[in-house]
Design a protein around this ligand. Sequence first.
Ligand code: GAF
Length: 401
Amino acid sequence: AGTPVLSAAPDRAAAAARAEQLFVESYGYRPDGVWSAPGRVNIIGEHVDYQDGLCLPMAISHRCFAAAARTPTDRVRLRSAQDDLQLDLDAAALEPGAVEGWPAYVAGVLWALRPFISGAHTQGMDILIDGQVPLGAGLSSSAALECAAAEAIDALLTLGTAPLDRVRAAITAETDFAGASTGGLDQSASVLSRAGHALYLDCRDFSTRPVPWDLAGQGLALLITDTRAEHSHVDGEYTARRADSERAAEALGVATLRDVDASRLEELLPRIEDDVVRRRARHVVTEIQRVRDVDALLAEGTVREHVAELGALLNASHDSLRDDYEVTVEQLDVAVDAARAAGAHGARMTGGGFGGSIIALVEADAAGGVAAAIAEAFAQRGFTAPEFFLALPSEGAGQDR
Ligand code: GAF
């Protein structure tokens, strides 16, 4: 399969300048500013956000840019560098279901921010989106789009919202306006992440704290493999897993599975009659415990000092998602197995599953070899060639220009 290319981190300043230039070419004048928000990988804590769980994501260096300007009207004009669609919407007439495709994620944020917009405001604006988070790779391109839009709208309309208000508006846009179910992990990671850090996220109240995650300084790397097996959240499987986890909580007599004491799990599980629902519960409860374990290891020392234990926890997370939660597909399992066999400390799927990406914790100088092993395993099975990126923990949403 040859030597795979590990894509270098995109240059944020150059990308922002490009978005500004595209705005000028599209609308014929200079924007008021450029804002952006990153995609994410989740290091651990998968399929637990909608059960009040704990997650440990980080922002990646691929971002979605929104170059935008306020206009003295009530029209919202939307254009994108990625397709030819041109929309001209009446801001006052936005309703769930009225806008389709990627513009729904932008219009939905404006709609969700309405409580912050006083009656006197006109809401007119011109927006040019340049989305550089790989699409369909499970790296949260839609959350990046929502969160970039939230930054731009907040600034243009001088709403003065807090970061958590923008997280919540982005979640509302996705669930209530675009109609895709989501638990809030992706939007939190996109807005609240800090460069050089992972984000400890408690989904019960969306409280967060940065966790040092400087892999490069420790001779380590997090290799992302986009398996190119297309996924979709709007998919009924995601909704079905949420419903199973709700059934499990009900059978155990708790509001959410976060309330289950992991040390009593084996004693409690027999209370769930249905075998599938029982396995779903086991995943969620053990996964929340794994996040606690990872967090404790990182509080006690560096990634390097605990690399074997951290790798084992990543592996256990994937195995649980594969066997108990059943959200992997063959490409994800093959990529994970190949990464482990090629010497990764640990590897797991990241994001919602049913396609998308895996992450592998590797020695920095072994990343190329692990990527080559995954590419080879894919070639042997006739899968579409995967794509590789290095995940550098990046800064959350903000203004670029
Ligand atoms: C998707 C969802 F959007 C998130 O909210 C989360 O549930 C994730 O799948 C699984 O951890 O990315």
